[in-house]
Design a protein around this ligand. Structure first.
Ligand SMILES: [Zn+2]
Length: 253
């Protein structure tokens, strides 16, 4: 199987046509004609991930976040970006990405998050994300403990002006979903779970009556990687989940 065939396989379950206009999934660096040995899966294409892929005998690194988004003006090999590219060239690791096409895919980021929570009757939230109903309504402390264990989170920051007595309807968006909070409100969500909600958005959303669970972007999306690896391995290619955290836990003082 060549890198081209692997991308075609990914296209069957996470069609690249689903990706956003601003997005840049697919081949980041490498050759469409390279023969694939094994595929390493991780969230972010950092230099350490390229080295780890190579050490795991993988010549393809499949990431969720594209390494290259917009015009590259220079490649400084002493920067993290340059180190990643030069490691990819040195070790012959082809870097590919499945980003918003994997977010939106059936069984992708948002679907995986929803199924781990046990959400039923899911419907699209906006361009991204979904809304659904819990099998049984839960008290907030019970619900958030369930979210934390189901998605292996280190913490959840909850912002609310009026904590609902029970949580039944849940809206969620994997990654930076702050721009969809109005949709969560329109869906009458008891809680909106996403990442990267900013100060002013938190003020507006919570004061308009939305309860928000703001969680770590990486922790939220990492949950979908075992499923991404599983779907890739259906092509017959072996996969390895690297479990590399590009961003270390903050030191809180
Ligand atoms: Zn993301």
């Amino acid at each position: 199987m060549k890198v081209r065939d692997l991308l075609n396989h990914i296209d069957t379950f996470a069609p690249f046509a689903l990706s956003e206009e601003w997005d840049n999934p697919g081949l980041m660096i490498g050759s469409y004609e390279a023969d694939v040995s094994r595929v390493a899966v991780c969230l972010d294409a950092v230099s350490e991930a390229v080295v780890s892929a190579h050490e795991n005998n993988c010549n393809v690194l499949l990431c969720h976040h594209p390494l290259i988004f917009r015009g590259v003006k220079k490649i400084d090999v002493d920067s993290e970006f340059g180190r990643t590219l030069s490691a990819a060239i040195r070790y012959g690791v082809n870097i590919i990405a499945a980003h918003t096409n994997w977010d939106k895919a059936e069984g992708g980021v948002n679907d995986t998050l929803a199924s781990l929570l046990g959400l039923m009757k899911t419907e699209p939230l906006d361009e991204f994300g979904l809304s659904g109903i819990m099998r049984e309504k839960m008290k907030p402390d019970e619900f958030f403990a369930h979210v934390k264990t189901s998605w292996h989170l280190t913490h959840i920051d909850i912002y609310t002006q009026d904590m609902p007595e029970y949580i039944s309807r849940v809206s969620l968006c994997g990654g930076s979903g702050s721009s969809f909070w109005h949709s969560a409100l329109n869906h009458k969500a008891d809680v909106y779970i996403t990442a990267d909600m900013k100060y002013h958005e938190l003020i507006d959303a919570s004061r308009d009556g939305l309860t928000i669970a703001n969680i770590n972007h990486g922790e939220m999306e990492r949950v979908s990687l075992p499923e991404l690896a599983r779907k890739v391995s259906e092509s017959g290619i072996e996969t390895v989940n690297l479990n590399i955290n590009a961003l270390t836990e903050p030191i809180r003082i």
